[in-house]
Ligand binder design. Structure first.
Ligand SMILES: Cc1cc2nc3c(=O)[nH]c(=O)nc-3n(C[C@H](O)[C@H](O)[C@H](O)COP(=O)(O)OP(=O)(O)OC[C@H]3O[C@@H](n4cnc5c(N)ncnc54)[C@H](O)[C@@H]3O)c2cc1C
Length: 456
């Protein structure tokens, strides 16, 4: 058994792991990174980085990871409902990026390989090691080997992604599969709104379309089921007939070519609220800690916000880096991360559920279409430029009230009053558990607990 000593051991060189290792490495930490596969991956996840995520990378001095591989600037969103559509620009001329996730990871990993105080160990992390109730590092099987090796570190940062093998050991959370995304890559597609994320409010479930390079456009088709769609003639027919007919006509030729080519990728969409358990010597970051529906493209932004938050706390104690200081830094990180990420987390699953309620979906589209603050503020929240979750709650209920008025006026009847009531009740049921899972302040908690009872 080989023993190696580091300040930090990072498990997983994905978006979270590679960026925290790179940032800490630059600040003088001796970092080991255990990653099971350093080769470029062809993934359908993490391909639209919101402006809030871009800002986090830039603030950590890692903005170069967005350069050199044809990432596309995203300037706003376009929304489609049947034959209507409109676009909304990100506020303040801020931009996101459409990119291939594999390219982004290789750019971040190049930074790891270039730093002398970072050691990249290719291998599969299999267990956390523990001494006197403190996690002291990780055991991993180096690539090509059949015995384990050990990394010892003062702090192990677990960033092993959505299928984390260590989540259960370090948190008490629930994991739900909300739906599946089926990903297709379109070539030479003329987008109706170039440089925009396209949200198609299709039936039965939304479709996302955005550029990931100058020649490739990603399509993500939501399947509202807890079972993965099975490849075969039935699925191809569904994609061609049910989904194809709802695609904007500019997109259809490239979409049908991609369907015929048949290179689909399927991924589960999880809801995993963060509920970490404090354990000396280890901390969870990224998807291993917290996941939300990818409809709003918030995952990388949450991961990078958490990376920045935790890393700055570690940098502040680097000189001494004593065990009690590390524990305090991890506790403070877990405590403060809710306020920073609540708006992104709530919006992601709330919007996904709104899309599956016909009245709320219509209300949302019509509300945003009014423009001004009614579209600017929601997009500033989606892009994570604005993290004010009270603003999110305010606009969420404004959508429901707007929808209720549309149903009731100008001719209120018992039937449409009752339909509006059902819609508002549904809105409360959608947002309430999401807000409560983000550990809000006492006042918000009390308000939502009462609202849940009133609309039970
Ligand atoms: C279908 C889908 C689409 C998405 N689209 C977007 C989007 O457009 N925008 C957005 O911001 N977010 C999106 N997300 C979410 C986003 O992909 C994640 O939030 C983000 O990738 C999390 O980063 P991470 O570092 O935690 O995990 P990952 O990036 O998945 O990295 C985990 C790393 O750990 C490694 N690893 C795993 N197990 C081990 C082990 N035992 N030993 C060693 N290494 C290990 C893996 O090889 C990998 O490199 C999407 C998610 C899904 C499911």
């Amino acid at each position: 058994m080989r023993e190696v000593d580091f300040d930090i051991c990072v498990i997983g060189a994905g978006v979270a792991g590679a960026s925290i290792a790179a940032y800490l490495g630059r600040h003088g930490f001796r970092v080991a990174v255990v990653e099971k596969d350093m080769r470029e991956q062809d993934r359908i996840v993490g391909e639209l980085m919101q402006p809030g995520g871009v800002t986090q990378l830039q603030e950590m001095g890692l903005g170069q990871a967005l350069e050199g591989y044809d990432a596309q600037e995203i300037t706003g969103y376009a929304l489609f409902l049947r034959d209507q559509h409109f676009s909304i620009e990100y506020p303040g001329a801020q931009t996101g990026r459409g990119l291939r996730n594999g390219k982004l990871l290789q750019a971040l990993r190049a930074e790891l390989l270039a730093q002398k105080n970072i050691t990249v160990l290719e291998g599969n992390a299999v267990s956390l090691t523990e001494a006197d109730c403190v996690i002291s590092g990780v055991q991993y099987i180096p690539k090509g080997a059949d015995t384990t090796a050990t990394v010892n570190a003062a702090l192990t940062i677990v960033c092993d992604g959505m299928f984390s093998a260590f989540r259960e050991k370090l948190s008490d959370t629930t994991k739900t599969v909300s739906s599946y995304f089926l990903g297709l890559l379109m070539k030479d597609c003329e987008l109706p709104f170039p440089g925009h994320g396209h949200v198609i409010a299709a039936e039965p479930s939304p479709v996302l379309v955005y550029p990931v390079s100058s020649e490739e456009t990603r399509v993500l088709i939501d399947f509202p089921s807890d079972q993965a769609p099975r490849k075969g003639e039935e699925l191809t027919h569904y994609l061609r007939e049910t989904i194809g007919s709802q695609m904007p006509k500019e997109i259809q030729p490239a979409y049908y070519r991609a369907v015929e080519e048949g290179k689909f990728r399927v991924m589960p969409n999880h809801l995993i609220p963060a509920n970490p358990r404090l354990k000396a010597g280890a901390v969870l970051v990224g998807d291993s800690l917290n996941m939300r529906h990818p409809l709003t493209g918030g995952g990388m932004t949450v991961a990078l916000t958490d990376v920045h938050n935790l890393a700055d706390r570690l940098i502040a104690i680097r000189e001494t880096f004593a065990q009690e200081q590390i524990e305090a830094a991890v506790a403070a990180f877990y405590e403060t991360r809710y306020a920073a990420n609540a708006s992104i987390n709530i919006l992601a699953d709330a919007l996904y559920k709104v899309m599956s309620d016909p009245d709320l979906k219509e209300a949302c589209y019509s509300y945003l279409q009014q423009g001004g603050k009614k579209s600017e503020v929601p997009l500033s929240l989606l892009s994570a430029i604005n993290r004010d979750s009270n603003k999110l709650i305010q606009h969420f209920f404004a959508v429901a009230v707007h929808g209720a008025k549309r149903i009731i006026l100008p001719h209120p009847t018992p039937a449409n009053i009752s339909r509006s009531y059902r819609m508002i009740r549904n809105a409360v049921h959608i947002i309430s558990p999401l807000v409560l899972s983000q550990r809000p302040g006492m006042f918000t908690r009390a308000t939502f607990s009462v609202a849940e009872k009133v609309f039970a």
